[in-house]
Design a binder for this molecule. Structure first.
Ligand SMILES: NC(=O)c1ccc[n+]([C@@H]2O[C@H](COP(=O)([O-])OP(=O)(O)OC[C@H]3O[C@@H](n4cnc5c(N)ncnc54)[C@H](O)[C@@H]3O)[C@@H](O)[C@H]2O)c1
Length: 425
């Protein structure tokens, strides 16, 4: 395939991974962001985010990568623009399309007078957005001469490079034969099934997939709360269930609930979309409610063991999942906020997430290692399943004042650490 010239609008987790991976596949990539800092970083060879393996791939492909805050400059020298800006939750859970609208306006102005520029929405947007908001906005300034498509992204943070280059499937929503042919060729090297749909279906596939994964999590968490009360090992139950191919073992790890920048907001956006469409998604609403309560279950377990008032509590793991520095909607936020009602002495450690967590909670004591965080602590809460926590031993916890260790994710091993307890297993 001849190299394509691609603009990536929005250099967050999805934009950077998409752009750098497209460069790895042989294409030339132009990054665009409204954040001058981000663009400066990229120009200076610095990665604005941490994502496993991304920096190495960036360095390897730097010659194929440019960056600018001037979208016109990028649009003029490329043929395809991928919109990768954020789509956060609005006040009432509805999707906030502010960044999408602005990006569409900017693209419209940038491609005015150009023929056949392809605009592909990669951001997660509720059905109808690509056609009724993005295409409509671009048309107002650029007329009818552009082509439109929707290509949802399914990567998981922490494993994003691998997921992008080895996806289970690629979904391309478009009515436009040329868009279909171009994207099919662009994704050809990743060797995955490519599903062609209409635009609205592509938008819905993303929400339906995330909603089902969130459902599995809330399901096993609720079951885990019961199993713990009934003295049953939830993880053995999940193992037994997971061997059934119809069920599968994935997403049946009980714990403190899902977080991150996707599941919580996508579940809420889907609920709001259904209400706006005049129907109600009863199951998905419960999935959200269960998840709202789940992080604080760890404090119930803690309170059964000790009154946390004035005590020193170690919190290991702040990122919403391992191998990322992303703390957006991390269960750790809810837990720390509640814990602060009891004590000011919270000693925190995370291999990558401390800088971002500090912006939300500057008052915590941030430590250089897990061992340092637990020293002199009355209790320890483990909240993210980082690999390095899996290797913790009795020796690492030996500085604790009292040995109360509660896991919010299944991390520790009985061979290495004697006494600890799971939140819902
Ligand atoms: N993070 C994930 O794991 C993931 C996975 C799949 C899909 N998604 C979806 O992808 C989208 C992006 O998510 P993210 O986590 O990468 O977001 P992010 O917040 O990390 O990054 C968004 C970037 O867009 C930039 N931006 C905003 N408006 C802009 C504009 N008009 N022009 C240029 N740049 C602009 C911001 O400055 C920021 O750098 C969302 O819709 C999200 O739901 C995310």
């Amino acid at each position: 395939m001849a190299p394509r010239r691609i603009s990536i609008i929005g250099t967050g987790y999805v934009g950077l991974v998409t752009g750098i991976c497209f460069a790895e596949l042989g294409n030339n990539v132009f990054f665009v962001d409204i954040s001058e800092q981000r663009i400066e970083d990229i120009k200076n060879g610095k990665m604005p985010i941490y994502e496993k393996g991304l920096e190495e791939l960036f360095r390897k492909n730097r010659k194929k990568i440019s960056a600018t805050t001037d979208i016109k400059e990028a649009a003029e020298s490329t043929d395809i623009s991928f919109i990768c800006v954020g789509t956060p939750s609005g006040k009432n859970g509805e999707i906030n399309l502010e960044y999408i609208r602005k990006a569409a306006e900017d693209i419209g102005n940038a491609i005015k007078g150009k023929q056949d520029h392809m605009v592909i929405v990669k951001s997660t947007v509720v059905p109808g957005t690509t056609e009724n908001v993005v295409a409509k906005t671009i048309k107002e300034t650029a007329g009818n001469r552009f082509r439109i498509g929707m290509n949802p992204e399914f990567l998981r943070e922490g494993n994003a490079v691998h997921d992008f280059l080895n996806p289970d499937r690629v979904v391309i929503g478009t009515k436009d034969e040329k868009v279909w042919k171009e994207l099919e060729a662009l994704y050809e090297p990743v060797n995955a099934p490519i599903l062609r749909t209409d635009i609205k279906t592509a938008e819905m596939i993303k929400y339906a997939s995330n909603a089902l994964l969130a459902t599995k999590i809330s399901f096993i968490n609720e079951l885990g709360n019961l199993c713990k009360k009934a003295g049953i090992d939830t993880y053995r139950v999940a193992e037994g269930m997971g061997l059934d191919k119809r069920i599968g073992r994935h997403f049946l790890n009980s714990g403190i609930g899902y977080g991150g920048s996707c599941f919580p907001k996508d579940v809420l956006a889907l609920i709001r979309f259904s209400q706006d469409s005049g129907t109600d998604l009863e199951i998905i609403k419960k999935v959200h409610e269960v998840n709202e309560k789940q992080p604080l279950k760890i404090l119930d377990v803690l309170r059964e063991k000790t009154d946390p008032s004035g005590k020193t509590i170690a919190v290991l793991g702040l990122a919403f999942k391992p191998d990322t520095d992303d703390v957006r909607e991390s269960p750790a936020i809810k837990i720390v906020k509640e814990l602060m009602k009891y004590t000011k002495n919270i000693r925190a450690y995370d291999p990558k997430g401390m800088e971002n967590f500090r912006k939300i909670f500057p008052e915590l004591i941030y430590c250089k290692s897990a061992r340092e965080a637990v020293s002199e602590a009355d209790a320890c809460l483990l909240l993210t399943e980082w690999e390095e926590f899996k290797n913790l031993t009795e020796y690492d916890f030996s500085g604790m004042k009292s040995k109360i260790i509660i896991e919010g994710r299944k991390i520790l091993s009985r061979e290495r650490v004697k006494d600890f307890e799971g939140v819902c297993w």
